[in-house]
Design a protein around this ligand. Structure first.
Ligand code: C5P
Length: 215
């Protein structure tokens, strides 16, 4: 069974995805971390993330794997290095490039073969897994999303203002909705859940009930 959870930045996708996967004993695929790893690779190589041609050329030397919730870049665990605002911006820029999307979409599809899996991202239900049995699209008030992300970063020891995060998320979400390949949008058969006033536990419970009904 494939369950997809899409939506904009800071809407609570990754926590809901992880918890839902744990409840059903499914695997968990956080596709944003793959775009983040590509951005980190480009930063390390000195390749500007907005330069489609240069990023495309450098991709040959980039291998991203996501075993058991970790992110490996060319075999090395970079899970702890990809949540910075700089990598967030880079991920948003590389995610527009066709070559990057085609590479990562292929490995996302390969990761799901023969597995029960919950995948989160922007295009999982609308593009990567059009036949997924259960699709969700989470939405929430923009200010609340920025506050959630700020709290998350604070837990990791970083101090970033809610205003800066809000501006950053707006830019990223806009870029995500405007690109040609795999733009962010709800699949026609996705259940849209507004998480603005819900706790994580409430979101997970709501999704869980729907998955149980479909299963
Ligand atoms: O979900 P997360 O914020 O970690 O994703 C980082 C960036 O990767 C997003 O801003 C988005 O541009 C891109 N992304 C994407 N498609 C996905 C997942 C993430 O374009 N399926």
């Amino acid at each position: 069974m494939i369950v997809t959870i899409d939506g904009p930045s800071g809407v609570g996708k990754s926590t809901a995805t992880r918890e839902l996967a744990a409840r059903f004993g499914f695997e968990y695929l956080n596709t944003g971390s793959m775009y983040r790893a590509v951005a980190l690779a480009m930063h390390r190589l000195g390749v500007p993330t907005s330069d489609e041609r240069a990023v495309g050329a450098a991709l040959a030397g980039v291998r991203v794997e996501v075993p058991l919730g970790r992110v490996l870049l060319n075999g090395a665990d970079v899970s702890g290095l990809i949540r910075t605002p700089e990598v967030s911006r880079g991920a948003s820029e590389v995610a527009v490039h066709r070559a990057v999307r085609l590479l990562l979409v292929a490995s996302q599809r390969a990761a799901a073969v023969g597995r029960d899996i919950v995948c989160d991202g922007r295009d999982q239900g609308s593009f990567v897994f059009p036949l997924a049995e259960c699709k969700f699209f989470l939405v929430a008030d923009a200010r609340v999303r920025a506050e959630r992300r700020a709290a998350e970063l604070a837990r990791d020891g970083a101090t970033v203002s809610v205003e800066d995060i809000h501006r950053d998320q707006e830019t990223r979400d806009h870029r995500d909705t405007q690109r040609d390949l795999g733009p962010m949008r709800p699949a026609p058969d996705a259940v849209v859940v507004d998480t603005t006033t819900l706790t994580t536990a409430e979101v997970v419970e709501r999704l869980e009930n729907i998955v149980l009904a479909v299963r």
